[in-house]
Design a protein around this ligand. Sequence first.
Ligand SMILES: Nc1nc2c(ncn2[C@@H]2O[C@H](COP(=O)(O)OP(=O)(O)OP(=O)(O)O)[C@@H](O)[C@H]2O)c(=O)[nH]1
Ligand SMILES: [Mg+2]
Length: 458
Amino acid sequence: MEFDTIAAISTALGEGSVAMIRVSGEQAIACVDLIWRGSIPIAEMGTHTLQVGKIYERETGEILDEVVLLLMKGPRSYTREDVVEIHCHGGVVAVNRVLAALLRSGVRLADPGEFTKRAFLNGRIDLAQAEGIIDVIRAKTDQAQRMAMGQVSGQVSKLIRSLRHKLIELLAHIEVTIDYPEHDVEDVTVRLLVTEGSQVVKDMQKIIERSKQGRVIREGLRTAIVGRPNVGKSSLLNALSQSNRAIVTDIPGTTRDIVEELISIRGIPLVILDTAGIRETEDVVEKIGVHRSREALSEADLVLVVLDATVELTDTDRVVIEESSHRPRIVVLNKVDLPAKLNRVDVAELVSPSPVVSLSAREETGLEELEQTVYDLFIGGKLEDKDASYVSNVRHIHLLEQALASVTEGIQSASEGVTLDLVSVDFRNAWELLGEIIGETMGEDLLDQIFSQFCLGK
Ligand SMILES: Nc1nc2c(ncn2[C@@H]2O[C@H](COP(=O)(O)OP(=O)(O)OP(=O)(O)O)[C@@H](O)[C@H]2O)c(=O)[nH]1
Ligand SMILES: [Mg+2]
């Protein structure tokens, strides 16, 4: 495909040693040459070579910056088009003036993600790989970044292509059976659809099951710390995040609003929410806080229920235990540095099968056990396989689930004797849904929506 020529600053704006402007398109070389002063014109440079020179303003002749210029001729470039990279001195002003000069020489300012969109439209990468690039940029932990790199290198795409390949084979069988009814192979085809189709269903289920871990690694586990006032919820947030993020006092009802902090447990990102202590209150502000605590409790991926080990269970503790009983949770017995009134075994019995961990948030002891418990609960041994590929993108997971439903329905219909041309509709539908993951079947709107999530210059 051919597009106009675009440019954008690809590095983060701010003071730094280098700032890079990327130019891509048919006119990239000609446009930059208009404002370039080096030992040779860019048009005469070899591909994948660099040159030191100056960028000047055509109107006044003023030298704007001394730069290193890198040429990558298509198709051996990020976008598969001719790409010129201009490495300016870091700093907001120089790079912006060079960009302005470029825009006056006939280049258009790129939209966010437009370079990557071209890499996709020009067939260098598929859509799932392109989305992996956003995830690499956004990754907050090693695990998330490693998983995103797997997606960029095509691991997710490979899984999807293999599923589609099996579906297309089944569709071919259906076609043949419909086209040559005289061969009387309908029974054979139905049996094949049921057995082979069920295998595809199993494969999809496995991928979807694993994607839960993938999603946790990519987006982080939303973890709400709940409990009655003064049990040490804010102290726990501070201990886990090694910060003084939340205010801690001995006054019950200190935390009024939700305090959020991102931490990482062995590469798994946790978004920890410290909440207001749950209790009956007439205070207007605190009431709202308690309402938010309950919302956090019901929406979180994981709930940490904090109890104060130095006193007997109160009615409010029991309410919190009851309200969290259907959520994935870990019960934390806090303040074990002081003489205990609450026995871990009794509590474990009460909250079974939820795990119980005792620790001291103030003295920061027992935190490793909590971390280990979180890790076991959500990842277990399942992550040890470093080569495993994960589907982690919510869009992909959603499409997989729809495709799974469609294949399941197709198999059901086939075994019930529904005519094969109707059955083929379900199989074809699944094939198309999977195609949307890698961008082989999809609309322009969706593309715009996906690429608008990128940074400018990527
Ligand atoms: N001895 C001891 N004291 C603790 C521990 N954790 C918290 N505390 C104390 O308990 C009191 C309440 O701690 P916070 O962390 O503010 O409790 P909270 O649950 O956030 O309270 P609210 O925000 O009011 O709901 C403070 O005086 C803390 O110093 C602990 O592990 N051991
Ligand atoms: Mg608090």
